[in-house]
Design a protein around this ligand. Structure first.
Ligand code: HEM
Ligand SMILES: *[C@@H]1O[C@H](CO)[C@@H](O)[C@H](O)[C@H]1NC(C)=O
Length: 389
């Protein structure tokens, strides 16, 4: 790089020095060995030429240049790191000046709500998927229907989403402290992060600075959110398009280690005939919980996703699906598709391995195409877009 910036031998000399210093500690993979050697040879020849053609005093005069270059080089290194860091426009602790207590307030509210209603944590986690996987983490999920536009919350894919009024509780606590500063999109993501911790999952440091969208995406939602009976090929493709790889998908579906599934999403595996892939003992339990082929829409009938540890985000989900106790067809396929099964087995064995990929995948999901800078707005209330005067 310095060859372009400082077309001077002293600079190249520095590179030679750096290369020779680092050589003993650098185990060069064989593929790069050749190139590395070539560069060294070229540079070493120049070093010899340099010493031949410059007197002692000339070399001394060039020393400060090398120092300047070193400073420049480190500066560039810092700039380029910062550059890749802000790819999404998001940063860690975005509110550190504008609302320093923001993240603490969210954590406190999530904790208080969790004490009263444990299932709020399930909702905060599921919200991340339903908001961020549909084009952008912009809290479009939270918008109510208007006279003209259907909300995302009211579509079939959103069936069972709950606790939205408690998200307003968190928003109100933030508005009291710093009015008009913290976006609903960041609240949605950070409550998800803190919900994961409440459920016994890992703490995932997440960036902030998202702004709120003004439009419901109900009309295109089905292109992004897979259905309960989607093929693994489609599921993997959809996640891949937002940068989440196969182990990432396997880890995200581990979210089905908590919460519930309503009978309407299950009855086709029980009626008119029982899906032979299901564990017989589990079928008995499911039939007990879902006694009608067409569930009464007014009765809240559901099966817990993980009967063993229903309130814990843990790797029990993977043992369940390997035992044919997965509730949804996608859960069952995750344990049986040859692309995903190896990861399911690994996550069933190691909670650490599950958490590692879970944290990575949640980070990618929550950085999906956010609105930043001057795009979007900071909603006053999470369920309605601001009025424009
Ligand atoms: C192929 C992808 C997925 C499909 C088809 C799917 C489908 C479903 C369905 C049908 C339910 C039951 C809803 C109900 O009846 O109340 C559910 C529950 C849930 N899902 Fe997923 N899901 C997927 C991925 C995810 C991801 C990526 C997350 C989190 C990041 C997630 C988190 C949850 C949670 C926490 C629940 C329990 C909610 C509650 O009890 O309130 N899901 N999912
Ligand atoms: C998936 O289930 C829905 C009902 O929830 C049904 O309408 C649809 O045809 C099913 N799709 C497949 C591929 O079986």
């Amino acid at each position: 790089m310095c060859l372009y910036i400082v077309p001077d031998l002293s600079c190249r000399l520095l590179v030679v020095r750096l290369l020779s210093w680092s050589r003993p500690t650098l185990a060069q993979p064989p593929r790069f060995k050749h190139d590395y050697q070539t560069i060294r040879n070229v540079l070493e020849t120049e070093q010899q030429l340099f010493f031949k053609h410059h007197t002692q005093s000339e070399r001394a005069k060039m020393a400060p240049k090398a120092l300047i270059f070193l400073a420049l080089f480190s500066l560039l290194a810092i700039v380029s790191v910062a550059d890749t860091d802000s790819d999404s426009g998001l940063v860690l602790n975005f509110y550190k000046d504008s609302c320093p207590q923001a993240e603490d307030i969210i954590r406190e509210q999530v904790g208080l709500l969790y004490k009263r209603h444990k299932n709020t944590a399930f909702s905060w986690l599921r919200n991340i998927f339903h908001d961020c996987a549909v084009e952008s983490c912009d809290a479009s999920l939270l918008l109510d229907s208007t006279r003209r536009v259907l909300s995302e919350k009211e579509t079939d894919r959103s069936f069972g989403l709950r606790n939205f009024r408690y998200l307003e509780t968190i928003k109100e606590a933030l508005e009291r402290e710093c009015p008009g500063v913290v976006s609903c999109a960041d609240i949605l993501v950070l409550s998800g992060r803190d919900g994961i911790v409440a459920l016994g999952g890992p703490y995932i440091p997440l960036k902030t600075g998202r702004r709120d969208g003004r439009r419901s995406r109900a009309d295109i939602l089905e292109q992004y959110l897979p259905d309960h009976n989607e093929s693994m090929t489609v599921v993997l493709e959809r996640f891949k398009s937002i940068g989440i790889d196969t182990p990432g998908v396997v880890a995200l579906l581990g979210s089905h280690s908590v919460g519930r599934t309503h009978c309407v999403k299950l009855v086709h595996r029980l009626y008119p005939a029982v899906d032979p892939a299901l564990d017989p003992g589990h079928v008995e339990h499911m039939l007990h919980k879902c006694p009608d082929a067409i569930p009464d829409p007014k009765a809240v009938q559901y099966v817990r996703n993980d009967r063993g540890t229903p309130m814990k985000l843990d790797n029990n989900y993977y043992r369940n699906i390997l035992d044919n106790k997965g509730l949804l067809i996608v859960d069952h396929q995750l344990a049986n598709d040859k692309r995903t099964k190896p990861y399911v087995k690994k996550m069933a064995k190691s909670q650490d391995y599950f958490f590692k990929h879970f944290g990575r995948a949640i980070t990618i999901l929550t950085e999906n195409n956010p609105l930043t800078g001057t795009k979007g707005e900071i909603r006053k209330q999470c369920n309605v877009a601001n009025k424009h005067h």
